[in-house]
Design a binder for this molecule. Structure first.
Ligand SMILES: [Zn+2]
Length: 292
């Protein structure tokens, strides 16, 4: 974590609403203010008093008269919370290796539990891998699936009731991953997932599960780990992606206790994002870039 921006620097740079707005403006409109409705560049800035008496920083388009703020159409929209708290919350969620519970956010930011819960879900929406930042994998990849939730262990079949199948792909050279909660682990589901994240010609390593058999006669190269055989080809393995499962499971057990099917995709987003950006210096900016 030492290669990441410190909380002191975040605090010094973003300790007032004005500083946060100025920074977010630059991220939203790097080439200058643009009307979100008509695209005009003739924008008039003004301040007004909001319902709660708080000063609001607004923009008005000279051409279509649309009035908006820097947070309109972003994850921060319709929130009474200052950006100073949002920025700190993003920083906290990004820099904690296993994530941050709503309870902890409530305590550290001096907000209500409901607000903390709402904030962390909104932030998770922005913690998404995006094609701008993560292109399709083209190198050697490992693919595997597991089951999350429910009681007891179980992989593929017995014991898997009430559990949600999750599939992941990891590219070896970049160390990046993509994960997805899926409805089943059929060939067609796994095919859709692999095609979405790997380029034609990529070398896909999997185990002997029958849902991967189609890879043998497809647009990909298929290398199969034969757990049943004593001879092991040193270059064919899925340990990398298997390690992801244990990391993910530890993080949801440790911080979030139980994850429902409804929220699992969001937790997967958050985990994937944090994992892929573990060497990014300023994850706050990266989240701000996908917050609108
Ligand atoms: Zn306009």
């Amino acid at each position: 974590m030492s290669n990441q921006i410190s909380i002191i620097e975040i605090f010094q740079r973003f300790n007032t609403e004005e500083k946060c707005i100025k920074h977010f403006e630059k991220i939203r409109w790097p080439k200058g203010l643009v009307c979100p409705r008509c695209g005009s560049k003739r924008i008039f800035k003004f301040k007004a008093e909001g319902k709660t008496g708080k000063e609001r920083h607004l923009y008005e388009c000279v051409d279509c008269h649309y009035q908006y703020s820097v947070t309109t159409g972003t994850i921060f929209h319709n929130s009474h919370l200052p950006l100073t708290k949002w920025f700190l919350a993003i920083y906290m969620i990004c820099s904690a290796k296993k994530g941050v519970s709503a309870k902890q956010l409530q305590r550290e930011l001096d907000i209500s539990y409901q607000t903390a819960w709402y904030m962390s879900h909104r932030i998770r929406l922005a913690m998404q891998e995006d094609d701008r930042f993560c292109q399709k994998f083209s190198d050697v990849c490992e693919v595997d699936e597991t089951y999350i939730g429910g009681k007891g262990k179980g992989k593929r079949g017995r014991g898997a009731a009430n559990k949600i199948p999750v599939v992941a792909i990891k590219e070896r050279t970049s160390g990046k991953i993509r994960m997805k909660a899926v409805k089943d682990v059929s060939s067609s589901t796994l095919k859709g997932f692999i095609r979405a994240h790997a380029q034609t010609g990529a070398n896909i390593n999997t185990d002997e599960f029958t849902s991967y058999l189609w890879l043998d006669s497809s647009e990909f190269t298929h290398s199969v780990v034969k757990h049943s055989e004593t001879y092991v080809d040193g270059d064919v393995y899925t340990n990398g992606v298997e390690n992801i499962w244990s990391l993910f499971k530890r993080s949801i057990v440790g911080v979030f206790h139980k994850v429902s099917a409804k929220y699992l995709p969001l937790y997967l987003n958050e985990f994937e994002f944090r994992f892929n950006h573990r060497d990014t210096y300023n994850m706050l900016d990266r989240v701000l870039e996908t917050s609108f």
